[in-house]
Ligand binder design. Structure first.
Ligand code: FE
Ligand code: FE
Ligand code: ZN
Length: 298
């Protein structure tokens, strides 16, 4: 079966899309996801069109498809809470600009955290998300905004049922989809050890065809913990075999799988070695030392 696998990569103002593609290739990957700037703020520098062109060219040379490139919207965007209307409008505007940046880059899919209700009634907050999305999307938009399933930490919105409600409220259905996150599902108390059963349920509620991206992460915390702390594949509570059954599920064959697992000691990317594990279908308990040796020569 075809495998579209990659990780979160950086997108820097000087190297732009070219730098992201080069990093992707260094991991042996054929898919990738990035933030167009720092995820925790809304400062964005202009996109370098030459680097975009060179990045697209490099992708083409390596048979990489644009459908396997994902932008992640910054997690400070919160369409759910409109207590401060100026802030809410800013979030809408920022999301619009982010869609425009995706268009400039040729990227089709953007992952978005649905938001947090904070002090508001949950249903009212969900209504705000719908209103925000309908505000932002325009009729001839090509972007598909992928609502991410969340761990439901604090007042986070993003259960399967809530995502279903949001999708039902969005007018332009072609512009809305879903991104599954295995760590978030686990932490939200959704059993993915029988992934086909989960997909059957999902298909009845929303439709499998809405899934356009999967974030593959192990979890540092136990099932149903509502914590959201990612772990390297096979080192957490979900386990390597369960994650493999997600990655290699036939029904999601065409969908990119993206790793958002933590760097080793906050400085060494694990992705090249995690992707090797996935391709070999064999857990590597020496992941940390192998990565250290490769990047540090020790
Ligand atoms: Fe996310
Ligand atoms: Fe995620
Ligand atoms: Zn997460």
């Amino acid at each position: 079966m075809m495998l579209f696998i990659g990780s979160h990569v950086s997108f820097k103002s000087d190297s732009g899309l070219l730098g992201s593609v080069e990093e992707t290739l260094s991991y042996g990957a054929n898919a990738f996801m990035f933030y167009t700037g720092a995820p925790q703020n809304t400062q964005r520098s202009a996109i370098d069109d030459l680097k975009t062109y060179e990045g697209l060219k490099l992708m083409q040379d390596n048979n990489m498809k644009l459908e396997n490139v994902i932008v992640h919207a910054p997690y400070i965007i919160n369409l759910a809470n409109n207590t401060d209307i100026t802030k809410w409008e800013f979030a809408c505007n920022f999301l619009r600009q982010e869609i425009n940046r995706c268009n400039t880059l040729g990227v089709k899919y953007m992952v978005l955290h649905p938001g947090s209700s904070v002090g508001l009634d949950r249903n009212y907050a969900i209504g705000n998300i719908i209103k925000g999305l309908n505000n932002v999307l325009i009729d001839d938009d090509k972007i598909v905004i992928l609502l991410e399933t969340m761990a439901l930490k604090g007042t986070e919105i993003g259960s399967i049922d809530e995502i279903k409600t949001i999708i039902e409220g969005v007018n332009n259905k072609k512009n809305i989809g879903v991104c599954l996150d295995t760590c978030h599902l686990n932490d939200a108390g959704i059993d993915i050890s029988n992934f086909d059963e989960f997909l059957d349920e999902f298909d009845k509620k929303i439709g499998i065809d809405k899934i356009k991206c999967v974030h593959v992460n192990d979890s540092k915390n136990e099932f149903g913990s509502h914590k959201d702390r990612h772990e390297n594949l096979g080192f957490g509570t979900i386990g390597f075999d369960n994650l493999l059954s997600v990655i290699y599920n036939k029904r999601l064959e065409d969908i990119p799988k993206i790793l958002e697992t933590p760097y080793i000691d906050k400085e060494i990317p694990p992705y090249k070695f995690e992707i090797e594990m996935i391709k070999n279908k064999e857990f590597n308990k020496n992941l940390y030392s192998d990565a250290y040796k490769y990047y540090k020569g020790e």
